[in-house]
Design a protein around this ligand. Structure first.
Ligand SMILES: Cc1cc2nc3c(=O)[nH]c(=O)nc-3n(C[C@H](O)[C@H](O)[C@H](O)COP(=O)(O)OP(=O)(O)OC[C@H]3O[C@@H](n4cnc5c(N)ncnc54)[C@H](O)[C@@H]3O)c2cc1C
Length: 520
């Protein structure tokens, strides 16, 4: 993926694109994969970096959603479990089976959650992961030695999927590009274009690097901008009522010793009647999340002090070593694109199913849903768009489409596992240029070669793109990411042909972003 080549394709194109996708998160990139794989011509534009929005800020679970089972939303759970199975099959380098324990401190919890998790297994049907079972307290402590021992009666073991969200997103962007889609980051849509009859026939986006505007013609326009979708809907209908009730979710990242193993904890009922997870991820412990209605949708939402306190307090109820603010290596927030249902006072009760809305001028907005169901959402959106635009009918082919980098045993690549097949090329890069083997900070295993790779092949344009989404340094350890930033800026400047001033500006901008990942 080369940004300049993508822009040239836009400039050279005379015919309208079959599908113009606005938004480069899981939903938009999923749509680009689906539409391009069906053989439609596709242009996707993203206002910032791919995954800068919610799609790099999830809990990293590919799951049916035990909470939705608690709410009795069986169809959503079944669909998500089916998608979990497809994703494991199509992207084994990015998704893995993870064991979870629901610790039991009350007599009724083992039978109650034991039966619940058995139902979860059954709903997964042939797409199931390993089976759930009830554990003794000794077995629980064997898996999670750091768990609070006092009053522990046992636990319920179940399995779900875990993934690296922004790495999957980049792999999907490359899958779409491989199928012929044109994808451009740092390219916000600033206006929509309509014909004399008032029907949408394209858009104008701005290239943030050159400041130039590009007008593009399209047979269908899909608004896949997640929590931002009302902004794009208002480019179409200035007075459109809000569709999204934004809700913020925060995670806290701690040292791996807080879990002490490779099993996650699922807290089935927090003080605010939700679930919370403590999961092992890239050698760290990620704890979250919260559900706080917010008024503004920001690209860099900031965790609120009370959200951090709530996470630490909940974790302290289950862990023998109580985490404090000083233990936090990073904290990140994401905004759920929940579709409004009347009074949005309690966003945790709003549906996680997706919604498709078509405006009078033909703007197709898709919002809601989950990362886990991105493929199904894309299929639905492309079916609707093709019908709306009168495109030749072509079936969806993504159910068995391998994601870029597909590798059945990528774990052998260690810290490079998430690159799948590309890990071999990265190792080749290191062999050709041994300087690129250098680890940029002892706290995290990020090598110089990954920075070069990100700039050359993954359309990384800024230090933040590399440290937040091509690698996961910022989310794992914000101080270590700040330490690495100068080396990253230097490597990128060489790759992208930038000078000293660019490097200085990048460091200033990255320091401002990273500040939001360190608790106040
Ligand atoms: C805290 C939290 C935890 C979660 N955990 C999980 C989980 O474990 N598993 C799971 O399955 N799901 C999870 N989810 C849900 C999942 O992350 C989201 O449903 C999904 O990422 C939404 O993707 P999206 O593409 O719709 O939105 P986004 O990722 O926000 O993408 C929309 C994109 O549109 C771009 N954009 C906006 N305006 C414009 C414009 N004018 N022009 C061009 N581009 C524009 C934005 O920059 C953004 O990148 C979680 C969500 C949150 C908030």
């Amino acid at each position: 993926m080369k940004r300049q080549e993508m822009l040239e394709r836009v400039r050279d194109r005379r015919a309208p694109w079959d599908v113009l996708v606005i938004g480069g998160g899981a939903t938009g990139v999923g749509i680009a994969v689906d539409a391009a794989a069906r053989g439609y011509s596709v242009l996707l534009v993203e206002q910032s970096d791919f995954g800068k929005g919610t799609s790099s800020r999830s809990t990293k679970l590919v799951h049916g959603g035990v909470r939705y089972l608690q709410q009795g939303n069986v169809p959503l759970v079944m669909e998500a479990l089916r998608e979990r199975g497809h994703l494991l099959q199509n992207a084994p380098h990015l998704v893995r089976d993870l064991a979870f324990v629901v610790p039991n401190y009350l007599w009724w919890e083992a039978p109650f959650y034991g039966i619940g998790m058995r139902v979860y297994d059954l709903l997964a049907g042939r797409h199931g992961f390993a089976r759930s079972r009830v554990l003794t307290s000794e077995e629980v402590l064997e898996r999670i030695p750091t768990l609070e021992r006092e009053g522990l009666r046992g636990g319920v073991l179940y399995h779900d999927g875990q993934f690296d969200d922004s790495r999957l997103l980049i792999a999907l962007a490359r899958t779409a590009a491989g199928k012929g889609a044109c994808l451009i980051n740092y390219a916000p849509v600033v206006r929509l274009r309509k014909d004399d009859g008032g029907y949408l026939n394209g858009a104008v986006f701005r290239d943030l690097e050159s400041g130039q505007e590009h007008e593009v013609a399209a047979r269908s326009v899909i608004n896949a901008t997640g929590a931002f979708c009302d902004g794009v809907r208002r480019l179409d209908e200035p007075g459109a009522a809000a569709m999204i009730a934004p809700s913020q979710g925060v995670h806290v990242v701690l040292h791996k010793r807080f879990l002490g193993g490779d099993t996650a904890i699922m807290v089935p009922r927090t003080r605010d009647a939700r679930v919370m997870f403590a999961i092992p991820w890239h050698g760290h412990t990620v704890v979250g999340t919260t559900d706080t209605p917010v008024a503004e949708v920001a690209l860099e939402p900031r965790p609120l002090p009370e959200e951090i306190d709530f996470i630490l307090e909940t974790a302290s109820g289950y862990l023998s070593e109580r985490p404090t603010r000083c233990d936090i290596l990073s904290t990140f927030a994401g905004i759920r694109p929940l579709v409004k249902a009347g009074d949005a006072g309690n966003t945790s009760a709003l549906s996680r199913e997706h919604t498709i809305q078509i405006s009078r001028s033909g703007l197709l907005t898709i919002a809601g849903g989950k990362w886990t169901t991105y493929r199904r959402m894309a299929e639905d959106a492309v079916n609707h768009a093709a019908m709306l635009a009168g495109l030749e009918e072509r079936p969806c082919v993504t159910r068995e489409l391998r994601v870029h980098g597909y590798h059945a045993s990528a774990a052998q690549f260690g810290a490079l596992a998430a690159y799948g097949e590309d890990a071999l090329a990265l190792l080749g890069l290191i062999e050709a240029c041994p300087d690129l083997a250098v680890v940029l900070d002892p706290a995290l295993e990020v090598r110089a070669a990954q920075v070069v790779w990100a700039a050359r092949h993954e359309m990384a344009r800024t230090v933040d793109d590399v440290l937040a989404r091509r690698t996961r340094a910022l989310a794992l350890d914000a101080r270590a990411a700040l330490q690495m930033a100068p080396a990253v800026a230097r490597l990128m400047a060489t790759e992208l042909g930038r000078g000293e001033a660019w490097q200085r500006q990048q460091l200033t901008e990255f320091a401002a972003i990273a500040e939001g990942y360190l608790p106040a």
